[in-house]
Design a binder for this molecule. Structure first.
Ligand code: CA
Length: 227
């Protein structure tokens, strides 16, 4: 099996070096970038298995890098671990806007950080290994068969509802903006009002019966599937 690649976007050379050294020792392939622009380019070109992103970066700020990565079709599923010295920003980071998968505040210890990285990679691998089936709250979705079951009973969903549910269940706990959900369920070129998603969500909730409240409204943002 080929090595897993980790991209480190960090302008503090000492930190980048410590991380690179330890990750290579753990048999990872390591790429580094020292500013946001270079980091984005490397992420988009190399499509690493995981990205470690510092927030305070020259040229393009870490938060912006995060936003671009999480809105790009090819990069949005890459696990993203944020490094930050600013613990007060953590809510924002793990919240919908940034969509980061995990974060570590500086100063950090290398060993726990590597464990977090491995956990993220495992989670991603499990998601892939399970193929198209995701189970959350009595809900089971098989994308290959295009079937969704609720407590073992098949749901009759429109294609849009199906994709919407898939997007939400796949990342439980993550708040999605209406725009993100539109992209996920109707495609990038959907020229519809963001409110349209509310209509689909409403209908989806009705079909989900006793699991309806699993789809939570995130005020001022969009929706989230409760874990
Ligand atoms: Ca920095």
């Amino acid at each position: 099996m080929s090595k897993q690649t980790i991209l480190i976007i960090e302008d503090e050379r000492a930190i980048a070096e410590v991380l690179s050294y330890n990750l290579r020792k753990e048999d990872f392939e390591v790429l580094t970038a020292t500013d946001g622009q270079d980091g984005l380019r490397r992420a988009q070109t190399n499509l690493p298995d995981l990205i470690i992103l510092d927030l305070m970066l020259p040229v393009i700020e870490g938060l912006e890098v995060c936003r671009v990565l999480k809105s790009g079709a090819r990069t949005r599923d890459i696990p993203l671990l944020i490094l930050t010295a600013r613990s007060e920003e953590v809510d924002e980071i793990v919240g919908f806007q940034m969509g980061a998968d995990d974060y570590v505040t500086k100063p950090f210890k290398v060993k726990p950080l590597i464990q977090r990285i491995k956990a993220l990679l495992r989670r991603k691998k499990n998601a892939t290994a399970e193929g198209e089936i995701v189970v959350g709250g009595g809900i089971e979705i098989n994308r290959t068969q295009h079937r969704a079951l609720l407590n073992g009973v098949e749901l009759s969903l429109t294609p849009t509802e199906f994709r919407l549910l898939w997007a939400l269940v796949r990342q439980p706990g993550r708040a999605f903006s209406r725009h993100e959900l539109m992209e996920a369920s109707m495609g990038d070129d959907a020229l519809v009002l963001e409110r349209t998603i509310d209509v689909h969500v409403k209908s989806l909730r009705q079909k989900l019966g006793d699991q309806a409240e699993r789809i939570e409204t995130v005020r001022g943002v969009g929706y989230r599937f409760r874990e």
